[in-house]
Structure formats: C-alpha cells, structure tokens
Design a binder for this molecule. Structure first.
Ligand code: MN
Length: 284
C-alpha cells in the first residue's frame, strides 16, 4: 500500500458573524488561506434559533472567485443583478461563478426551524477572474449519490468519486482546479478510501459524529473540526460510531491571493479597481 496522506493540522472552526448578523462557524478563511489554495473560505451555518439566521445576507458584491452553497436543511432564496432567482432547499447546491462581478442577496425563506448548510469559496485562475459571471442551482435529485461496498453513502457534488470499486462523476466539473466535493456519510463501523490525484490539496470537515484517521498520526476527529492533509498519498476514513463529513480537494493555483472582503484578486491594484468599480456601479 502507498503511504497515507499525513495530517498537517486539526483545527476547530471559529465562531463568526457575517451578512446582516448571521451566526456561523468559519472553518477556512482569513490569515493563512494560501494553505488551502484553491479554496478561500468554508463557512458552516446551522441553528434552530431564527435569531441566528433570519437577518440573512442582503445585497452584496463578489468578484474573482466562485461560491458553492450546500444546504443540508432549510430554505434560502437567492436573487442577483442578472435576474436569477433561486430557492435552495434541503440537499440542493448553488454554484455561483462571480468572476468579474455579481451582486446578490441570500435570504432565509423560513421564519422558524432548522437552517443548516455550508458555503465554500473556490478561487478562479487569474485569467478567469474578469470573465463572465454564471449561476446554477442544482436540485438534490440531480446530484449523484452512491453507496460504497462498505455502506458509506456519498453525495458526489463535484469532481469524480473513485474508491477503486465504484466511480461516479459529480454534478459539477470545473477546469483548472478540478474541485472535488463529496459529502460522506459513514455508518457506525464503516470505512471508505476515496482516491485523490497526487498534488491535490485536501481537507476534511467533520460535521457530525467522530471520524477516525489511521496510520502514524492516528486520531479521532470530532464534529466541528477541519483536518488539513498533505498533498499526496492515500486516504482511509473510518468511524466506530458514525460520522458525516465533507471531503474537499482540488489542484492548487499557486497564484498570489489578495483578498478584501468579498473581492479576491491577485494584486492590490486589482482590489482597488474592484472597489472603484463597485462604487461607480460598474462592478457587475
Ligand atoms: Mn454572497
């Protein structure tokens, strides 16, 4: 067997507030994001208290990257300056390519109950940062799912799942960074060994239960923690009592990252241009 990917870090998310006061768990973001290239941010939101989510995300801009929203539970309405309107419901994914600019709102379409999900930011290569914006809603029924021989349920949102026995293309494929985004649901006593190309950055985010990692750096990873892995080697994921996690991987861009809030470009000058364009009403 080839060596396992080693564990570089295990870290909890940080409580944060964004939009008009939505409470969330910031798993990736802020200082040190280069380590997660091509991913820029991962937020988890989850609450049954409407005070934590009801304010939503009123109209705001993005430039230079893509946002991927994955709803586990709840209803969220998206509207943007291009005229797109979408209602994200349990299990749905929204893949938005902001590129040169999108101004949108993301508002809860519920007054009570649980709202739960994730938003992941994926960087764009320099040559595509000022390309045309795009948007797609992918209904849960259109997202491939499979069960491995070990009984692990896999929601293949993006990329290509392959454990050596079953292969399944995800709902979305993107060039350059080839993002892999899988929701893995491990029943008690199960094991799964997804294959990833060498050189791809990879992280795991456990959102329920406890994940066990084997090998020299064997350890238990409880819910709410991110695991940062080395860029090559094999993966073995198991759980004694059951776990649910996101596996997120992709090809690093290796380009400079300059972020100012919702603008992610390669240079300060490009950020200043984004701010001017937004101020002048020509960002999007
Ligand atoms: Mn947004």
């Amino acid at each position: 067997m080839n060596p396992l990917r080693s564990v570089l870090a295990i870290q909890p998310g940080q409580p944060a507030s964004d939009g008009a006061g939505v409470r969330l768990n910031r798993v990736i973001g802020g200082a040190g994001i280069e380590r997660f290239d091509p991913f820029l941010m991962l937020d988890e939101f989850g609450s049954d208290n409407p005070d934590d989510y009801i304010a939503g995300f009123p109209p705001h801009p993005h430039r230079g990257f893509e946002t991927i929203t994955y709803m586990l539970e709840g209803r969220m309405r998206h509207e943007d300056h291009l005229g797109n309107v979408g209602l994200l419901q349990s299990g749905d994914v929204q893949w938005m390519t902001a590129a040169r600019g999108i101004i949108h709102s993301e508002m809860p379409e519920q007054q009570q109950g649980v709202m739960r999900g994730f938003q992941l930011w994926l960087n764009l290569p320099a040559k595509d940062k000022l390309g045309d914006p795009a948007y797609q809603d992918i209904a849960a029924s259109k997202i491939p799912r499979l069960s491995t021989s070990g009984g692990v349920e896999v929601v293949v949102i993006a990329g290509q799942f392959d454990d050596g026995k079953v292969q399944q293309s995800g709902a979305v494929q993107r060039p350059h960074t080839d993002p892999q985004l899988f929701d893995l649901r491990l029943p008690a006593g199960s094991l799964v060994a997804p294959r990833l190309p060498d050189g791809y950055r990879a992280v795991l985010y456990v959102y329920e239960g406890v994940l066990e990692l084997p090998g020299a750096s064997a350890q238990d990873v409880p819910a709410g923690h991110l695991v940062r892995l080395s860029d090559s080697g094999e993966l073995q994921l198991s759980s004694r009592n059951g776990a649910k996690l996101l596996l997120i991987a992709g090809k690093p861009l290796g380009e400079p990252i300059v972020q100012y809030g919702p603008f992610v470009m390669n240079t300060r000058e490009e950020i200043e241009q984004a701010l001017r364009d937004f101020h002048d009403g020509v960002l999007a």
